[in-house]
Write a protein that binds this ligand. Structure first.
Ligand code: PLP
Length: 356
């Protein structure tokens, strides 16, 4: 029999992030803070002493313990992944059958839909309100009427930057028997996490990543936290050596430095607040160009604009990369100096645009 590519993947194209060298990178929501010299020195020592010839610990016990200590959760309910992307893919690939339908919101993190498509899982979209907030009662109705088995969303949301308070998230989880996959990638920048109560729910999975506030996007490390039963299944279906030894070691060292983690998140939020308020000032000077700046609970600012493509291209030409998303722009906070450079360039572009 001839081989044919499966229908659901045959027209897919590779993910293409911005490539090339830009002085200022504000396009991927990474942390602008690199490791300190002391942290690097400690990592070097630890890495030098690793047994490179041996497989990694399949359950990353020391790493999960460090995660548990940092976030105050039982490490037995924590599973590490090769980035939270791996965990999202794993859930889409193993937790659903062809009879299941997964719900996602629009706008939300695009990879949820990509992985559903990749694994041939049916996926339906719940629209958000006009102001991009989530309507929990509408979501619950949708879940009921459309026979949804699971819902996955980010809180606070990438790309909208908007958070849903924990009482509202609880209301969603408590009023459905569908599985709720709650992606708290940006929750270190806000204080509405459900991590400490994950054990109380039959139908909750929480995802975390070290790529944002922790500043370790380069080592690929994410976590899945859920009750005992779900955790046991996730550990059963994951590939045994999914998190390599170097990543486990780096993660353990950095997550154990609680003071550094908290200080970094606090500084990032302060810079984002400053960036957000400056962009709001620009919006009031150029109301025809910047149509809305959303109140952010994350490390980035999300804005609705008239000529997004033009602003994006002109910033790129000046060595500043941000994220262009149709009628919206998403700008991650950089350091104080990077934000200053971004704002000067943005102001200049808007001024020239207004002159034309
Ligand atoms: C960045 C991001 C992730 C990806 O995290 P990795 O651990 O780097 O794979 C997951 N979810 C959301 C909402 C993100 O913005």
């Amino acid at each position: 029999m001839t081989y044919n590519f499966p229908e659901n993947i045959k027209n897919m194209t590779p993910y293409e992030p911005i490539t090339g060298e830009y002085k200022i990178r504000l396009d991927a929501n990474e942390s602008y803070i690199n490791l300190s010299d002391e942290q690097k020195k400690e990592l070097n020592e630890r890495v030098n002493n690793l047994d490179f010839n041996r497989y990694p610990d399949p359950y990353a016990v020391k790493l999960c313990k460090a995660f548990g200590d940092l976030y105050n959760v039982n490490p037995n309910l924590v599973t590490a992944g090769n980035g939270s992307d791996e965990l999202i893919a794993l859930l889409c690939g193993t937790f659903f059958t062809k009879d299941d339908t997964v719900a996602v919101f629009s706008n939300d993190f695009s990879m949820y839909r990509v992985y559903c498509e990749t694994y041939g899982v049916k996926c339906k979209v719940i629209p958000k309100r006009e102001d991009l907030t989530i309507d929990v009662s509408k979501a619950l109705e949708f879940i009921e009427h459309e026979n949804i088995s699971a819902i996955i969303f980010s809180n606070p949301c990438n790309p909208t930057s908007i958070g849903l308070t924990k009482d509202k998230v609880r209301c969603l989880i408590n009023n459905t028997s569908a599985l709720v996959i709650l992606d708290e990638a940006y929750m270190d920048f806000w204080d509405e996490s459900l991590l400490s109560e994950v054990e109380n729910y039959k139908n909750l999975i929480i995802l975390k990543t070290c790529s944002k506030s922790i500043g370790l996007a380069g080592i690929r490390l994410g976590f899945l936290i859920a009750n005992k039963e779900i955790t046991s299944l996730v550990r059963a279906v994951k590939s045994p050596y999914n998190v390599n030894t170097i990543t486990q070691t780096c993660g353990e060292v950095i997550l154990s430095d609680k003071a550094a983690v908290l200080t970094a998140a606090k500084e990032i939020v302060e810079n984002k607040n400053e960036l957000e308020s400056e962009i709001k000032k620009l919006a009031s000077s150029y109301p025809e160009e910047i149509l809305n700046v959303y109140n952010s609970n994350t490390n980035f600012v999300f804005l609705k604009v008239k000529n997004g493509g033009k602003i994006f291209e002109e910033l790129l030409n000046r060595g500043v990369a941000i994220r262009f998303m149709g009628e919206y722009l998403r700008i991650s906070t950089g350091s104080e100096e990077e934000n200053k450079a971004l704002l000067e360039n943005l102001r200049d572009i808007l001024e020239r645009g207004a002159d034309e």
